[in-house]
Design a protein around this ligand. Structure first.
Ligand code: SF4
Length: 383
């Protein structure tokens, strides 16, 4: 059964209009950039199925395509002559692809406190973007936090990315290349990448098609070979895109960041996202949870004196009601010093209150790398 959303006409029209303009501007810069760096065929710039179709039209066979993707994404080998020699990729296909561009790895910084690593890349148009290697509890396992945009138009007040002046969508290949280079670095260190989160710079759903193409390639067994459930895409609550994602049936995890439980508080903390009422965001989350038959992940940046009181816990309980959720609490990290995380006692009181009012799992997520500005909301390409 297809779940129908109750229309909220004025807000929906405004939001769609606003999102349309915003994505067209981003799209314009991305198309311009892709035009300037145009290549005949880049396997990283599209979902694997689409690439397979194009490769077949060039006379390649599915086995050659699998070998190519496994050399390029699985092994990180970008030299076309090696594809032919060692992976038996036909010359016609490698000629159509040619020399592929890479992001320039400019700097790697490691946190002495918790081992988080921040990778700073430069694009061909000299924009800086950042990627984070997150150590996991399992020995030697790491997750990669990827950026989907340079800068972000969502304007969340506690986020350094929102304050960046340069902005554009990243091409799918730039997202995939962050992962390939981070994975190669992890391998050199004897670690293995077991997860991917789209929680770096940018709002992934403002760059929907490219993010989904990149995620498909990272999931593909002969691409990145990361399990769909180990890939998380986060959004600050773009309702049309959440519905699209739900309707398209993607199996990656979705994490929806609420900011606050009331429209008034969201207008202060996440002003652009707050143009959509929080009840509409929650309704989209509910449709997603029902369509998937599983808990939807809600994330919540905790800010002392702003959104961690008993009243916030009560409002969140009423908002979520009977929707099956997993609630992740994250301490705010604001290098400007304007916003502070709750003290341990405040956080414990909020978590207890939330557990009482929600009656569902509440998890405190560690946002590490704060000492090297690699924590959530601190990525800014070292501007
Ligand atoms: S928190 Fe996320 S959505 Fe908000 S401005 Fe920062 S990158 Fe954009």
């Amino acid at each position: 059964m297809r779940l129908q959303r109750k229309p909220h006409l004025a807000t929906d029209c405004y939001d769609r209009y606003f999102n349309e303009i915003r994505s067209r501007v981003d799209e314009y810069f991305c198309v311009l950039y892709e035009f300037e760096t145009r290549r005949m065929l880049d396997p990283r710039d599209q979902a694997p199925q689409l690439f397979l179709d194009k490769a077949l039209s060039l006379g390649a066979n599915p086995l050659a395509v699998r070998r190519l993707l496994s050399a390029l994404v699985g092994q990180g080998i970008h030299n076309p002559s090696v594809w032919g020699r060692s992976f038996q990729v036909p010359r016609r296909l490698s000629d159509a692809i040619g020399i592929l561009p890479r992001l320039k790895l400019d700097r790697v910084v490691t946190s002495p406190r918790d081992g988080f690593q921040k990778l700073r890349f430069l694009t061909a148009d000299q924009l800086a973007l950042e990627t984070v290697l997150i150590p996991l509890h399992r020995d030697g396992a790491v997750s990669v936090c990827l950026s989907s945009q340079v800068g972000c138009a969502m304007g969340c007040v506690f986020c350094a990315t929102a304050r960046m002046t340069a902005r554009r969508n990243l091409a799918a290949w730039e997202i995939v290349d962050q992962w390939v280079q981070a994975r190669d670095l992890a391998r050199e260190q004897g670690r293995r990448v077991t997860g991917v989160v789209f929680m770096g710079m940018g709002e992934p759903f403002l760059n929907y098609d490219r993010v989904l193409s990149a995620a498909e390639l990272l999931r593909c067994p002969y691409g990145g070979a990361v399990g769909a459930k180990a890939i998380t895409i986060s959004t600050v609550g773009l309702v049309p895109e959440i519905d699209r994602y739900t309707d398209e049936g993607h199996r990656f995890r979705l994490s929806i960041s609420l900011g606050a439980a009331t429209d008034a508080k969201r207008a202060r903390l996440v002003p652009i996202a707050a143009r959509t009422p929080v009840a509409d965001v929650m309704a989209a989350a509910r449709r997603h949870a029902l369509a998937r038959g599983e808990r939807v992940m809600l994330s919540y940046v905790c800010i002392r004196g702003e959104n961690v009181g008993e009243d916030d816990a009560i409002a969140l309980g009423q908002l979520v009601a009977d929707t099956k959720v997993r609630f992740d609490l994250i301490d705010v990290s604001d290098p400007t010093g304007r916003f502070h995380p709750p003290t341990s006692a405040e956080m414990k009181a909020f978590r207890d209150a939330l557990t009482r009012h929600l009656g569902q799992p509440v998890v405190r997520r560690y946002s590490g790398g704060a000492d090297i500005q690699a924590a959530c909301g601190t990525l800014a390409g070292a501007e």
